[in-house]
Design a protein around this ligand. Structure first.
Ligand SMILES: NC(=O)c1ccc[n+]([C@@H]2O[C@H](COP(=O)([O-])OP(=O)(O)OC[C@H]3O[C@@H](n4cnc5c(N)ncnc54)[C@H](OP(=O)(O)O)[C@@H]3O)[C@@H](O)[C@H]2O)c1
Length: 271
């Protein structure tokens, strides 16, 4: 995900020399320098945050506590700069991260991998400790790799973003895989099937975004001629309750984000 964000930041005109990327493995950093010439790299998180205005935490949620706790001392040194922490970790709540870091200027962002081509969709959540100026900075950073970004006023909704657009690229790709397989099994050359499916994805994305006030169901009906081919295809979905399965999928991903927050944040919940 970090690579996608870096690509988006560079495409938006942020100078490569202003970006420092850390990672435990020098071999991975070497590949990163080849992919993103001019970007600075380091294996030392504590040293890398020196002088930073924005610190993006982009490790897996499972290692974030250890990463955050190792930043407590360096953040104290940096606190006069009041750097902004952006966390993209699924599920990990602001209160837990603030406790681990002993620092409160935190915004959670849930981006998605189309950030790689500056077409990301993101949700953001800020705690009350974040100033309007810092929120503007968080949004500006986020907007450089996201075509659409929305502030959420409840932290729980960030889990819904995670289950919807964060994981969303995988759901669409799952459908794409099946469509390509079906075409190939019916004799279509694989490359042609992949091209048809990928362009259809792009086209549907552009078409829906160009008329966001029109319900998706209406656009779907526009493709569906009575007694035609689409109707025959969609009937298979309806007969197999695919819409409900799709909804279950989004809910399961959302629940998993909440669960990660509970397990990894060790947050006591009162009902
Ligand atoms: N992938 C997505 O679509 C997506 C979307 C939205 C949000 N997210 C969130 O983004 C985060 C990263 O996900 P990902 O899929 O990009 O995982 P990933 O590919 O495993 O990337 C995590 C990176 O963190 C590095 N890392 C591990 N320990 C570190 C440490 N102590 N200090 C600095 N870097 C360290 C890893 O290095 P090594 O590989 O060498 O261990 C790896 O380069 C997760 O919290 C996830 O919830 C992901």
């Amino acid at each position: 995900m970090a690579k996608a964000m870096i690509a988006g930041l560079l495409a938006a005109g942020h100078p490569a020399g202003n970006i420092t990327v850390t990672e435990p493995q020098e071999t991975t950093l070497a590949l990163l320098r080849t992919g993103f010439p001019g970007v600075r790299t380091s294996t030392d998180n504590a040293a890398a945050i020196f002088g930073s205005h924005v610190i993006v935490l982009a490790t897996k949620p499972q290692v974030l506590k250890a990463v955050a706790e190792a930043l407590v001392a360096p953040l104290k040194t940096e606190s006069t700069n009041n750097p902004l922490i952006l966390s993209i970790a699924a599920g990990i709540r602001v209160a837990d991260l603030a406790r681990w870091l002993d620092y409160k200027t935190i915004v959670r962002v849930m981006p998605n991998t189309p950030a790689l081509v500056s077409e990301g969709a993101s949700g953001l959540y800020a705690s009350q400790s974040v100033s309007e100026k810092q929120k503007d900075l968080a949004f500006a950073v986020c907007a450089s790799f996201s075509k659409l970004a929305y502030w959420l006023d409840k932290e729980q909704l960030l889990d819904v973003v995670t289950g919807t657009s964060g994981s969303g690229p995988a759901y669409f790709l799952y459908l794409c895989e099946a469509m390509v397989e079906a075409a190939v099994e019916q004799g279509m050359p694989r490359e042609i099937a992949r091209g048809l499916v990928a362009q259809t994805c792009l086209g549907v994305g552009k078409m829906t975004l160009s008329q966001l006030d029109t319900e998706f169901s209406v656009l779907r009906r526009n493709v569906t001629s009575p007694k035609g081919t689409t109707e025959a295809g969609i009937k298979v979905f309806d007969d197999n309750n695919v819409k409900q399965h799709m909804k279950d999928c989004v809910v399961a991903a959302t629940k998993r984000a909440d669960e990660l927050g509970d397990i990894l944040g060790s947050q006591v919940k009162f009902f």
